[in-house]
Design a protein around this ligand. Structure first.
Ligand code: GLA
Length: 387
């Protein structure tokens, strides 16, 4: 058992006086490349990681829900009959939203007693919220006796976050938490929702550095970016009536229409259009084991996020620069929505120690504190175990 799993199970026994009926686990993710492309029907390449949220649970005869967050000693209680989008705040909005979305889809659920614990850092761009959603969706579907296909669970969790919590996220994080494969990254076509596991070469290590920066603005800025992409599509449709999303726009088409777009909208669209190309180049590079070419795509992704999409932060730029200065590091970029959170660096196994030391030193010199640094392994998607 991992520490987080043990905390969930022990917490459950202490609180409810018996073993949980089940344990559900859902991993966080690191997106290797393909940022802010998912809600544009584009391509993404995340890995599910060996850090997860665990839910230890038992069903109840009534429709009450009693939740305990073991890691921060908080409790939440609500009834499944009183769920209203926007009606709950904080971490409990995620499990409540998931229950709401499942029931909206016609799946009747039992009440639940549960303890949740995890080792996915919160607010660090590693999708602790999607992991929380998927862990509860998996637990609830199992307790309700429903066999829900994984793709449907991913959609319902996204719906919970979009409509109940109020963040208009894409579907990448939920897909990664459900479809992750040990030793593989996942190429997801966010239009067809087809997934293709891409083997990660043995010598490649993914190092994460968490800036510790948490931006309250992130959710509202995220929604602004989405609206700007929609505006780009509306304007481009004047010239290209056949397009439905930025996914359908080529770089040549975008350049030809440049004069019709406000500069900011043009740059947002340019990020998305070029990022989709970079994902496909990156996958091809991985497939032929060319980690230098793979790293170049990561570097270019960060530059585009920084200058065209404007979702980086000085802390993230510093981490990325420090990582890149170390021999044996192939590339580095911010991962997740941006504004704060983490970067990832792709490195040779032998270079990881030097890279960690350089990143810590450089960051501390500039910002007066140490970043959290850890290596992640590509892991399996959500699982559930009955006792
Ligand atoms: C967040 C969202 C995802 C995706 C990324 C940016 O993680 O939840 O859907 O849009 O940001 O790539």
């Amino acid at each position: 058992m991992t520490h987080a799993e043990a905390r969930a199970v022990r917490g459950f026994q202490e609180r409810f006086g018996e073993l949980p009926r089940l344990r559900a686990r859902a991993p966080g993710r690191v997106n290797l490349i393909g940022e802010h492309t998912d809600y544009n029907d584009g391509f993404v390449l995340p890995i599910a990681i060996n850090r997860a949220i665990w839910v230890a649970a038992r069903p109840r005869r009534d429709r009450r829900v009693h939740l305990i967050a073991a890691d921060f000693g908080e409790e939440a209680a609500f009834s499944l009959d009183e769920l209203q989008p926007g009606g709950l705040r904080g971490w409990a909005a995620y499990p409540a939203g998931v229950a709401w979305a499942l029931e909206q889809a016609g799946l009747r659920l039992p009440g639940m007693d549960a303890v949740v614990a995890g080792d996915v850092p919160i607010g660090s761009g590693l999708s602790s919220s999607a992991a929380l959603e998927v862990a509860f969706a998996t637990a609830w579907a199992a307790l309700g006796g429903h066999e829900v296909p994984r793709l449907e669970l991913a959609r319902l969790c996204q719906r919970a976050e979009n409509e109940f919590v109020g963040v208009r996220c894409g579907i990448m994080d939920q897909m990664a938490a459900l479809f992750g494969r040990r030793g593989h990254a996942l190429l997801i076509d966010c239009r067809s929702l087809e997934t293709r596991p891409i083997p990660i070469p043995e010598e490649m290590v993914v190092l994460v550095a968490d800036s510790g920066v948490r931006r309250e603005l992130a959710a509202s800025e995220y929604n602004v970016r989405r609206a700007q992409c929609e505006e780009a599509v509306r304007r481009l449709q004047g010239r290209y009536p056949g397009i439905r999303a930025l996914r359908d726009v080529s770089r040549t088409q975008l350049e030809a229409a440049r004069g019709e777009l406000p500069d900011r909208i043009y740059r947002r669209a340019r990020h998305v259009v070029t990022e989709n190309e970079r994902v496909l180049h990156a996958v091809a590079a991985l497939a032929r084991g060319d980690l230098s070419a793979f790293g170049e795509q990561l570097n270019a992704s960060h530059e585009s996020l920084r200058s065209d999409y404007e979702v980086s932060a000085p802390e993230l730029d510093t981490l990325v620069e420090a990582a890149r200065s170390v021999p044996g590091v192939y590339g580095a970029r911010l991962t997740g929505a941006g504004f704060g959170g983490s970067i990832l660096a792709v490195a040779q196994r032998e270079a990881v120690q030097a890279a960690s030391a350089a990143i810590a030193h450089y960051y501390e010199t500039r910002f007066g504190r140490r970043p959290a640094l850890f290596v992640v392994e590509p892991d399996e998607g959500a699982t559930v175990h009955f006792e």
